[in-house]
Write a protein that binds this ligand. Structure first.
Ligand code: SD4
Length: 295
């Protein structure tokens, strides 16, 4: 049986994001419009501490954003190291639809966004600035001696299938808190943070981006579904691969979510504590705790 439409997104803030996506999907709208509207909700919410406004800054106190989007045609757009723009996912969609490119970074991406009518905005909230000052006081030498932390994993990755059976996905983040200036994670990298294949399914990742990139995680989840695995098994097997490729896996979190062409969903992670939001007609909008490799 087909379960359509469905939207699934990472972490608790996914509930509100799913609401925004569902407003599009329940009216017969396109999955692409749903995922953009959905993750914009988290980007613009200052209470969500690692996406858009309110995102925690890098080691130098700057908020830099990574995002990507992919649709049912396999078209995609991405921005990385973007500053001062509230909704990077919309810039990613503009790169996809209004430029000949797939990926734009830094100053160039910002100029492109401004030229397309996006507004400049300071994304460092007083709260995030205070957190950074506290962290900085404890780590005065951080730029020289930097370690991956797992204090904050709140990227939003969202994948959806619409009533017509088309898939799309979006992923957006301010990245790991206190990252080295210039660092880009998995979230804006097609295949790592997000992948959509309209024949098969879609997947997104959260957690330590470095570990996800090494395994090309989201592409792997989709390929595992192509081989016949359920979304749940595909997420688990991809997590196993991440574990194989990352000797320090016990110290990090990585989680995947996926939806397949039939509207089945799944999620899996390394450490306990990862949950995701699912919304469909039959059950409404709810949180699911992902099973984890470490019990
Ligand atoms: C990154 N994957 O920049 C992102 C961070 C994240 O939940 O997912 N946090 O590596």
């Amino acid at each position: 049986p087909l379960n359509r439409p469905v939207v699934i997104s990472t972490w608790r803030h996914g509930l509100a994001a799913n609401e925004a996506a569902w407003a599009v999907l329940s009216k017969g709208g396109r999955a692409l419009d749903a995922v953009e509207a959905g993750v914009r909700q988290s980007e613009s919410d200052p209470a969500v501490s690692s996406v858009g406004v309110g995102g925690l800054p890098d080691a130098s106190g700057e908020v830099t954003l990574d995002a990507c989007i992919m649709d049912e045609h396999g078209d995609c757009g991405s921005v990385a190291y973007l500053k001062d723009i509230e909704n990077p996912i919309t810039v990613a969609r503009m790169v996809m639809e209004q430029s000949p490119h797939v990926m734009m970074v830094g100053e160039g991406a910002k100029s492109f966004a401004l030229a397309k009518g996006m507004k400049e905005k300071n994304l460092l909230t007083p709260n995030a600035k205070e957190e950074w000052e506290k962290w900085k006081a404890k780590h005065p030498d951080a730029i020289k001696h930097w370690e991956i932390n797992i204090e904050n994993h709140d990227t939003i990755g969202m994948v959806a299938i619409d009533a017509a059976g088309n898939l799309s996905g979006a992923c957006t983040t301010s990245g790991l808190a206190w990252k080295l200036p210039g660092r880009v994670g998995d979230s804006p990298i097609i295949g790592a943070g997000l992948y959509v294949d309209n024949e098969v399914g879609a997947a997104s990742a959260t957690g330590v981006g470095e570990a996800v990139i090494r395994a090309v995680g989201s592409f792997l989840v989709v390929e595992l579904m192509r081989q016949g695995n359920s979304p749940q098994d595909a997420c688990r097997l991809a997590t196993e691969r991440v574990i194989e490729k990352n000797p320090q896996w016990k110290e990090i979190q990585v989680g995947f979510i996926a939806v397949d062409k039939r509207g089945r969903v799944g999620g899996y992670c390394i450490q306990p504590g990862f949950d995701y939001a699912v919304c469909d007609q039959a059950t409404g909008n709810r949180m699911i705790i992902a099973p984890s490799r470490i019990p």
